[in-house]
Each structure stands twice: as structure tokens, then as C-alpha cells.
Design a protein around this ligand. Structure first.
Ligand SMILES: NC(=O)c1ccc[n+]([C@@H]2O[C@H](COP(=O)([O-])OP(=O)(O)OC[C@H]3O[C@@H](n4cnc5c(N)ncnc54)[C@H](OP(=O)(O)O)[C@@H]3O)[C@@H](O)[C@H]2O)c1
Length: 398
């Protein structure tokens, strides 16, 4: 029977690739709901193509100053952040692909699991900000899936499926293994477009230069995060939550070809690595097909053409965001939430030409220093911390 999916962030990089996976497997995936931000025309076209009835838009077309597009027949549209989060509760929805960008995805992740549905998660910021609240909910849904006979006989019950390629890789390397025998997670990084440069060479970096990622084609926020290595920092926090792994046993290694998507080291010294073509449709599809594997949406890796694989330690003196995110994760509580919000503001300012490239790390560090850390207790509290950190970050854009 086909799985009914809601795609949040359907007009973005992960969202459109998710729809491509659905397009290739109409017998296995049925798109029943879509959410986007402001690209209403694109979202409506998608709704028509996939015969989707429910669409939620984060922003009303009138508030963006654009002419309101015509809503296609048979489509019900709702507006605002609550409408996006409400979509996940629809009875028709079995699996939610959360491909929203930034902390705006937190509420939807939380509501998905609260509704007992499967969360296929691209929005890593959800776990960075609210991992302490989301993971216990995921454990409850896992348990409910086992009781209801929906979980596979072996391996994880599948309530929270990571879409990030690194976490999808680790997830697969861990299947069939005992957590007691896992020594270390190796999260691989491409190193971004400025790999090998020093701080002085980064002073005048423009948004256009930072947006040219060497191996992945992604949305603007994650592309900037990849260039500053903040993305890797967010992924370290994500790995900590997803795989219940202490920070001192999560290492980052630069693997410029991006062929190895991540690795797991075991107590006997064996290392399992996950390799594949650099195409996000592979991890997206796995998150939706688990525990099955479906036909590949892309050409598999040709090892005879791969050439050499290089590895290097990340340069955290130059790319300070990785060290800052790790420090935020280690301190825990509300600090990752404040750190993430400051980063979102600093990145948006950089993209708008209002802040400098090196100013991103400076802004994040200043907001982290100013934050009075508490234990993470509720979504409402995290939303307050997020708003506070955004206001603080705006004062520190340089
Ligand atoms: N791209 C990748 O290869 C990749 C890989 C791994 C993980 N991820 C993660 O996946 C997430 C999405 O990344 P992306 O690269 O796909 O980003 P993106 O291309 O910028 O797309 C973001 C999507 O979110 C929508 N959106 C933004 N704000 C919204 C709001 N307030 N309400 C409703 N919808 C909203 C956008 O809608 P509009 O465009 O219509 O405004 C768009 O559909 C991020 O957390 C990222 O870190 C991405």
C-alpha cells in the first residue's frame, strides 16, 4: 500500500527532490499535503501535478506585495505558521517530510511525532533546537509502532528517519549492530568552497562566492552554513541526539570528494562507511522506503572513475562556527537554540549584503556569551529563547 506523505518545504531543494522521488514511485508514495513559504505559484503547480488537496503557505501572497495567484480547483489553502504545523495532523498523512529551513521547522517536527506519525527529517535545526524534546517523543512513536506491528522485525522502528546524508549513512551503518560496541561516529564534511583558506583570505568573501558549493546543490542557508562549517556543527548536534552519542565520540573529518557520507567505528577497530553518488534523492528515498530499498533514482557510484579519496582534520581556528556549535551542544539546554537563531540572523544578513562573512561567527559567539542557559523544557520556552537570540543577533551584525 502506498505511503501518504506531506512535504513541508515542497518548493525548496529537498522538497522538489522529494517530489521527484514520489514521481518515480507513484505506486509506493502518494503526496497528500504540501507546505511552502512564499512561492505560492510553484506550490499550486505541484498540488495540481500530484493531485494534492491540502496546501499550507507560511506567508499570505498579499503580505509579500505580489498579486495573489489563483488557487487551483479542489485545492484547500491555509496560511501562516500554525497552518503549516496543522497540516501534519491530517488523518490522511502517514509520513511527514520536514524540509523547512531553520528553526521554523521545529513546531512541525514536534507536532508530527505528537500525532504519532513518521518524521522524515531534513530540517536539522529541529533537532539542534529541540532535540531534548523531540527524541523522547520519537521513542514513544517507535514503541507505538512496535506494538502496532508497524515496525520492521529487525533494526530501528523508524519513527524518525534522517534525510541528512551523513545521518542517513550512520543510520544504515548502525543497523544490525549493538550500541554497546559503537566506539565513534565519523561525520564527513566536504570542507566547503573555502577549504584550505585562512582567516585573512576570508575577510572580503561575498555571498556569490560562498553560494558556489563544490559538491552539493542546496538552498542558500545551508550552502552558507556549509561554507562556514556551521552546517557540520549543526550535524554534530543532530548526531548526538539521533544516535544518543556523547560529543567526545563524534568526530568530524573533511572528505572533499563527498563520496563517503559518514562512518561508524566499532570497539574491535572495524569501521563501516557509507558511500554513494552525491545526490540527495538517495537519502531522501531511503528515509521513505525504510526498511525496504527501492530502485535507485540516480546512477550508482562508479569506483573505477572515483579516483582518490582524501581525508583531513577540519580547521576550526579558521572556521570557528564548527567549534562554536560543538561547544553549544556540549553545554546543552537552551544554548543550541540561541546559537542557531543567531546563526540564522547572521547568515540572512550576510546574504542580504548587510553583514560580513567573518561576522557570522562573531555574532554567534557574542549571542552565545550573552545567553543565560536553562534546561530545555517546552516548545514555548524555546520559541522565546529563539526570539530573544534573534533580537540580540540583529544588534551584532557587522
Ligand atoms: N538542500 C540539501 O541538499 C540539504 C541536505 C541536507 C539537509 N538539508 C536541510 O533541509 C532543510 C531544507 O533545506 P533546503 O536546502 O531544501 O532549503 P531551501 O531550498 O531554502 O527550501 C526551504 C523550503 O522551506 C520553505 N519555507 C521557508 N520558510 C518557511 C515558512 N516559514 N513556512 C513554510 N515554508 C517555509 C521554502 O518555501 P518558499 O521557497 O516557497 O518560500 C522552501 O520550500 C534545511 O534544514 C537544511 O539544512 C538540506
Amino acid at each position: 500500500m502506498a505511503r501518504n506523505i506531506a512535504v513541508l518545504g515542497s518548493t525548496g531543494s529537498i522538497g522538489t527532490q522529494t517530489l521527484d522521488v514520489a514521481r518515480r514511485h507513484p505506486d509506493k508514495l502518494k503526496v497528500v499535503a504540501l507546505a511552502a513559504g512564499r512561492r505560492a505559484i510553484e506550490a499550486f503547480k505541484q498540488a495540481e501535478e500530484f493531485g494534492v488537496r491540502y496546501v499550507a503557505l507560511g506567508q499570505e501572497p498579499s503580505s509579500s506585495g505580489a498579486e495573489a495567484p489563483v488557487v487551483p480547483q479542489g485545492v484547500e489553502v491555509a496560511y501562516g505558521a500554525q497552518a503549516v504545523a496543522d497540516l501534519v495532523k491530517l488523518l490522511e498523512v502517514d509520513v511527514v517530510v520536514n524540509a523547512l529551513v531553520g528553526a521554523a521547522g521545529l513546531q512541525a517536527s514536534y507536532e508530527t511525532l505528537r500525532a504519532g506519525k513518521v518524521l522524515a527529517l531534513a530540517n536539522k535545526e529541529s533537532l539542534v533546537v529541540g532535540g531534548d524534546l523531540i527524541m523522547p517523543l520519537a521513542a514513544e512513536v517507535d514503541e507505538a509502532r512496535r506494538v502496532a506491528g508497524l515496525a520492521p522485525e529487525h533494526g530501528p522502528a523508524g519513527a524518525l528517519m534522517p534525510i541528512d546524508s551523513e545521518h542517513g549513512a550512520i543510520y544504515q551503518c548502525l543497523i544490525g549492530e549493538s550500541s554497546r560496541e559503537v566506539e565513534r561516529l565519523w561525520v564527513t564534511a566536504s570542507g566547503g568552497p573555502f577549504r584550505g583558506r585562512k582567516r585573512d583570505e576570508l575577510r572580503d568573501i561575498t555571498a556569490k562566492q560562498a553560494l558556489a558549493h563544490p559538491t552539493w546543490n542546496m538552498g542558500p542557508k545551508i550552502t552558507i552554513d556549509s561554507s562556514t562549517l556551521m552546517n557540520k556543527g549543526l550535524e554534530v548536534i543532530e548526531a548526538h541526539h539521533l544516535f544518543t552519542m556523547p560529543y567526545d565520540r563524534i568526530s568530524v573529518v573533511v572528505q572533499p570528494q563527498s563520496a563517503i557520507h559518514s562512518m561508524v567505528e566499532f570497539s574491535d577497530g572495524s569501521v563501516k562507511a557509507h558511500l554513494g553518488t552525491t545526490d540527495m534523492r538517495i537519502p531522501i528515498q531511503y528515509a521513505l522506503s525504510y526498511p525496504e530499498r527501492w530502485d535507485a533514482p540516480v546512477e550508482p557510484l562508479d569506483f573505477t572513475k572515483l579516483g582518490s579519496l582524501e581525508f583531513a582534520a577540519p580547521d576550526t581556528d579558521t572556521f570557528r562556527c564548527l567549534a562554536l556549535a560543538r561547544a553549544a551542544g556540549e553545554r546543552g539546554g537552551t544554548l543550541p537554540c540561541a546559537m542557531n537563531a543567531a546563526n540564522e540572523i547572521a547568515v540572512a544578513a550576510f546574504l542580504a549584503g548587510e553583514g560580513s562573512y567573518l561576522g557570522i561567527a562573531e555574532c554567534v559567539e557574542a549571542v552565545m556569551d550573552a545567553h543565560d542557559v536553562q534546561a530545555a523544557e517546552s516548545i514555548a520556552q524555546l520559541l522565546e529563547v529563539d526570539a530573544w537570540a534573534r533580537a540580540e543577533a540583529r544588534k551584532r551584525i557587522r
